[in-house]
Design a binder for this molecule. Sequence first.
Ligand code: PLP
Length: 439
Amino acid sequence: MRNTEQSKAAFDEAKKYMPGGVNSPVRSFANVGGNPLFIARAEGARIYDIDGNEFIDYVGSWGPMIVGHAHPRVVSALQKAVMRGTSYGAPTILETELAKLVQTVYPSIEIIRMVNSGTEATMSALRLARGYTGRDKIVKFVGCYHGHSDSLLVSAGSGLATFGVPSSPGVTKGTAADTIAVPYNDEDAIRTVMEREGAQIAAVIIEPVAGNMGLVLPRQGYLSLLRELTEKHGALLIFDEVMCGFRASLGGAQAAYGIRPDLTCLGKIIGGGLPVAAYGGRHEIMSHISPAGPVYQAGTLSGNPLAMTAGIETLKIITAPPEEDGVDYSRMLTVRTKELLLGWQCAAKDAGVSICAHQAGSMFGIFFTDREVYNYEDAEAADQEAFRIWFETMLEEGIYLAPSQFETVFLSGAHTDADITRTIAAAEKGFAAVKKVCG
Ligand code: PLP
């Protein structure tokens, strides 16, 4: 058994000062029970807790750490940057450099605005969509998470209601009423809503590869249907690629599925582990953002030089042409992820445990179910107890996974073949434990 005393004590102490002892809810391990690990440091694919336990990390800070933790190039660039000061509140050439790097792989982002979190990116993109179209309503999809701004903390009303209901106390009914939430991957539902209310809808926002209800992929033709319907009704199509950006493929879901959204939200990887996110898209739309246009949005630390530096170095590593250092980063991650997931699928089959497995580039995930998972309702129907047992066994075996079946697993360039072999061996024990308890 792992020693967990220090993490337990740290959690008890933290609870005296912070709500639930954490600064973001999923970190508290509420979905799987038990105490969260308190982390001392991380390097490459490894993360170490304050009790001295070592884990192979598949959380990667919830996605950003695509080149692994404390990558020497990122660390060195940051060390140099910090000596030049940590924030100026004035423009730097670093911002333009990061903007150019993003545009190389996301040609749909003609103009970009840097912000500090994914929440800020989606919230601002929606304000822009409303300001640009002069319409109030937005459409989101049940099970997609876009951060915690009020308009997006909304769940579906009953049936195909024309308005959403707050999914958190503190969100007003008035705000929620402007959001329509429809089931993911349901063609009829989105057609009906757009036919009925298209003229009032400013934007349809979607995780084009959904990573916040476990990993759920768009059905064939679904994203092109959204493109078609938004164009027909004069609404903007916003791809929230905060999570799947640079992961579903290097150019994100939009490159993988060949769809050009009007606006894109990015986050996580573009900050290389520091707080950066962004939204951007067509020049004509983005020119409505202040100071170029009337839609207001600002930030004291936006474009922060340290954060830009970490983002630039991370993007340089993952976008380097293969002939430069011999690695096609995105392809390498996709192949490795496939190997790992195949290993898990075989292990589950051998143990007699039914799982539904999904992969999108370097993102992957499993559901404990014998059915295909297309939407939130399907994900919710998967066996949560089986996941809890699997998670606990994996942790005991030194594998750090996201503590919820509604999250996604991330591979980094620092994971080695040996790590993958070890993770598959751990998975064999994990599935055997699930079989023993859940049958
Ligand atoms: N959008 C998506 C798809 C996300 O996965 C997240 C966070 O996980 C967000 C937005 C919110 O980003 P942040 O946590 O940086 O506010």
